[in-house]
Design a binder for this molecule. Structure first.
Ligand code: GLY
Length: 362
């Protein structure tokens, strides 16, 4: 039996299906949601076999697929690769019903989603995430985009998919580092919204590291529900609620930039970023040290890094000032006020951030 998480957005509502073992059918999921005759399946070279299975399911749903296999890596999430996909759509004479299917991690989802958002003013999009990080975060909520030399995700749109199909079995072959990186985002949901999820993670470390299917399905469906709740209330990140999902990310983006893109996986940077943000919250008198320690210990059990590297603090602060989340040049932080609740803070003095970094960098 598949589990369904509904994202309620009026005319843009959709289901996230977390496929069960046996009898779960992508074919019927698509048949019930798409009117397409043709589809462009976009994947990267690491998941082309899975993309072939997705293409077969489309054929059974009466949809003719064309597959575009792209080289993997963040640097391919750019306008020139998007232009290549526009060419493929033009080749098959895509119309407004043509379905774009993103099979892969965050890079493929963001890129194919951006192409779907912009070609012919918008094509239907089906997300088939293949990494834990994409399952619990980037495939849900409609943020799509490509990178610009100046910053990641600078060119983008909000374009909700018609559905998200999650087959957690694909995680059995996901490289260990990437799997652990996805767990960091799940820990994040526990800290910002759901103490019970946090406790579940603390109590199921071994099962999760062994990739127990039931434990995975639980954390994926819970994370998707939590993200859906936020997106339903603040789809376009206008009220500050959706911004809460960026807990740990102001630090994380600076770490990714200064360490050099690719040196740290996103979830690894977020893991360190959460510990830094939590320490900052402690320094502001918002939480007890024990709240930071629980996060640090859990992340550590998941084999994630929890201290910044020896990166120059001036470079880190400069990167934070440039962050998209900075408002009128002021850094903006999402900080915990207790386990399961965070708030937005716009006026954190730079010296407080500096102290946190100096106290943690070895
Ligand atoms: N990854 C944060 C968001 O979707 O808003």
């Amino acid at each position: 039996m598949s589990l369904f998480v509904r994202v309620d957005l009026g005319p843009r509502s959709y289901d996230i299906a977390i496929a069960g073992t046996g009898g779960s059918s992508l074919t019927s999921f698509v048949r019930e949601r798409a009117t397409a005759m043709r589809a462009l399946v976009v994947c990267d070279e690491h998941v082309s076999e899975h993309a072939d299975r997705v293409a077969d399911a489309l054929v059974h749903a009466g949809i003719q697929p064309l597959t575009a296999v792209l080289p993997s890596g963040e640097r391919h999430k750019c306008l020139s690769v998007a232009a290549h996909l526009y060419d493929r759509l033009a080749e098959v004479e895509a119309d407004r019903n043509t379905l774009v299917v993103a099979v892969g991690g965050g890079v493929i989802g963001d890129l194919a989603g951006f192409v779907a958002a912009t070609y012919a003013r918008g094509l239907p999009l089906l997300m088939v995430p293949t990494t834990l990080l994409a399952m619990v975060d980037s495939s849900v909520g409609g943020k799509v985009g490509v990178n610009h030399a100046v910053a990641k995700n600078l060119i983008g749109a909000f374009h909700q998919p018609i559905g998200v199909w999650i087959d957690a079995e694909v995680l059995t072959t996901l490289p260990d580092r990437e799997y652990r990186s996805g767990l960091a985002e799940v820990v994040k949901y526990g800290v910002i919204l759901d103490p019970e999820l946090f406790i579940f993670l603390e109590n199921h470390i071994e099962e999760l590291l062994e990739r127990d299917p039931d434990a995975i399905r639980h954390i994926v469906s819970r994370s998707c529900r939590l993200k859906a709740n936020v997106v339903e209330k603040d789809e376009r990140e206008l009220t500050g609620l959706r911004a809460m999902l960026n807990y740990g990310h102001t630090f994380a983006h600076a770490f990714e930039t200064v360490a050099g893109y690719g040196a740290l996986l996103h979830g690894e940077a977020v893991a360190i970023g959460m510990v830094c943000a939590s320490r900052l919250a402690e320094a502001r008198g918002l939480i007890e040290h024990a709240v930071t320690e629980r996060q640090r210990e859990l992340l550590d059990e998941f084999g994630l890094p929890t201290v910044p590297g020896r990166w120059p603090v001036d470079d880190l602060l400069a990167a934070m000032r440039k962050d998209k989340k900075a408002v009128a040049g002021k850094m903006r932080f999402v900080l915990p006020v207790r386990l399961g609740t965070v708030d937005l803070f716009d006026h954190v003095p730079e010296t407080a951030v500096l102290h946190v970094l100096q106290s943690l960098i070895p």
